[in-house]
Design a protein around this ligand. Sequence first.
Ligand SMILES: [Fe+2]
Length: 230
Amino acid sequence: MNIVNGFKFLNGRDQFDCNVELSRVRNHFIPFFDHAIEIDPFSSVRKRSYIKLRYNITTGLVSVADNQQYFQTGDANVADGGKIREFHQTPSEFIDTELFRVLLKNNKEYLERYSEQSSLEEMTLGIHLIRYDILEGDISYASPVWLHVDNEPLVFVHLIDLSLSVIGGDNIIADSNSNPTHVVRLENFMDTLILDKSVQHAVTPLSSKNGQSKRDVILFTVEDTIQNAS
Ligand SMILES: [Fe+2]
C-alpha cells in the first residue's frame, strides 16, 4: 500500500496554529509521557507504554480496544516478531489529551488515504510511547534494530523530546535492495516522519556524549488486520 510514496517529513512547528499553542500542548504532554512509561519488559534498553484504540474515520469516534496485546510477524521483526507482547498500558486519559487531538487532526488526511485504499472505515490505531534512555557509555536501540518493513501499513513517528547530548537516533530510509537513500533527524517537538510499506526503515542505535540523554517518540500506527487476529 502506497500512502506517502515511501516517506514524508513534517516540520513540528507547522503542526500548530501558533507558538503559544505548541508550547501549551508540549508543556501539558511531557509530564503525561513521563508518568505513562515503564521499562520495556522485553528489553531494558527502552521505556515504553502502549495503547490500542479503535477509530472510525467517518464518525471520528475513538475507543480503547478490548484486546491490548501487541503482535508483529516474524518477517516484520526479527528480534521480537512471531510472539505476543504485552506492554505497560498507557493510561486511557491519553485520548483526552490535547496532543492526541492534534495528532488525529493532522494525521487524518493520511488515515483517509489508508481508509480509501483498504476500504476500511473502522481501523485499529496502535500508539506506542517510547523513551530511549541512555547514560554516557551505554547504548539503546529500537526493535528491530536495523532495516525492516513494519506490518503496520502506516506509521507516524512523532518526536516528543530529544536531548542535545544524544548520539545517533537518526531515521534511515532504504530502498527494497537495502540501499540507504535518505537520513532524517527528528529534532524538535512534533517533527514527524510518516512511513508506508514501500520503503525499508530503521533508527540508528543511540548513546549519550554527556551524562544522561533521552529520545522520546510517539509511534502513531495503523495496525494491519493480521496483527489483530484472535
Ligand atoms: Fe519500524
